[in-house]
Design a protein around this ligand. Structure first.
Ligand SMILES: N[C@@H](CCC(=O)N[C@@H](CS)C(=O)NCC(=O)O)C(=O)O
Length: 285
């Protein structure tokens, strides 16, 4: 398997890098970003916990690294930040680039079962199997008693973080989300993605819907979710209140914070990202 350094940049005593490897699971090259904090860089490098950030629709491996301003606090806490891409790219699949909310940059962090998507759109297997192995091979990842791996994300990536943590409780030790698509079976983005990737049969959808997973008894580590009240997608697409009710009824620990005046974008994320990093550092130690 090839592994290539695209670029590396000194940042808060550590290094922000971009990398590319040939993914067996996806069947194509995949890019990702890694912020190595000072504790995990240079001659005295030691293994540190890893926090996976899943970005939203239209984003890529650079978005969070450039816009969230998370490196300063990650350097303080000794957290490695890993930012995968949001889907396979350059697939040659007809229609993959036709919409911004499906196909390229809209992988929804699941393994598609329907043609023509099932061949390359395998983000869940990629993120829970191949990528952690690549990280452990090339970076100083804390792996005593298993990998110290946390996951968070935004919007489609918030959906990814919640569902992957609920579906892989032994893998992820911490989880949080910004403005997640919290009940995808009940919103247009989710219905479109699930129909395309998983087919018309709704019984297959519940296994990838955070609210339905909690209702079915799946458990995740204590969750932190932030939501802006001026988010233009809140009413139609996100439905945090449904997730909140499901968590209350199931006894799933959730801190859901609603913030007046904040919208869906990275100014909102950068305002609260420090709280998320501290939440993860506490659970990943
Ligand atoms: N293209 C969409 C917006 C897509 C969007 O807001 N994407 C979010 C994730 S769901 C994002 O993070 N965009 C990148 C950015 O804000 O830098 C529109 O025109 O309404």
């Amino acid at each position: 398997m090839t592994f290539e350094v695209i670029s590396e940049h000194a940042c808060f005593g550590g290094v922000q890098g971009y990398y590319k490897h040939s993914s067996t699971v996806i069947g194509l090259p995949m890019r990702f970003g890694v912020y190595r904090p000072p504790q995990a860089y240079g001659p005295a490098a030691r293994p540190v916990p890893v926090l996976l950030y899943l970005a939203g629709l239209t984003c890529n491996e650079e978005t969070f690294a450039i816009k969230a301003g998370a490196q300063r606090v990650a350097a303080e806490l000794g957290l490695m930040l890993v930012t995968p891409d949001t889907s396979p790219r350059g697939t040659g699949v007809e229609g993959a680039d036709a919409a911004w909310d499906f196909g390229t940059a809209a992988g929804f962090y699941l393994d598609a079962t329907q043609a023509p998507w099932a061949h390359h759109w395998r983000m869940e297997s990629y993120l829970t199997g191949e990528l952690p192995a690549v990280l452990a091979q090339h970076f100083p990842v804390e792996s005593r008693d298993g990998l110290h791996l946390g996951v968070f994300g935004h919007s489609m990536g918030g959906h990814g973080a919640l569902t992957l943590a609920l579906r892989h409780p032994g893998l992820f030790r911490s989880c949080s989300a910004f403005a997640p698509i919290a009940a995808p079976m009940q919103c247009p983005w989710g219905v479109k993605a699930f129909t395309g990737y998983l087919g018309e049969d709704r019984s297959a959808w519940a296994a990838h819907d955070a609210t339905a997973l909690v209702q079915a008894g799946h458990k995740a580590p204590p969750l932190l979710v932030d939501q802006g009240e001026a988010d233009k997608f809140l009413a139609e697409q996100l439905h945090p209140h449904l997730f909140e009710s499901a968590c209350r009824e199931a006894g799933q620990a959730l801190t859901l914070r609603r913030h007046a005046g904040y919208d869906h974008g990275y100014f909102f994320i950068s305002s609260f990202v420090e709280d998320h990093l501290r939440h993860h550092a506490k659970h990943l130690a």
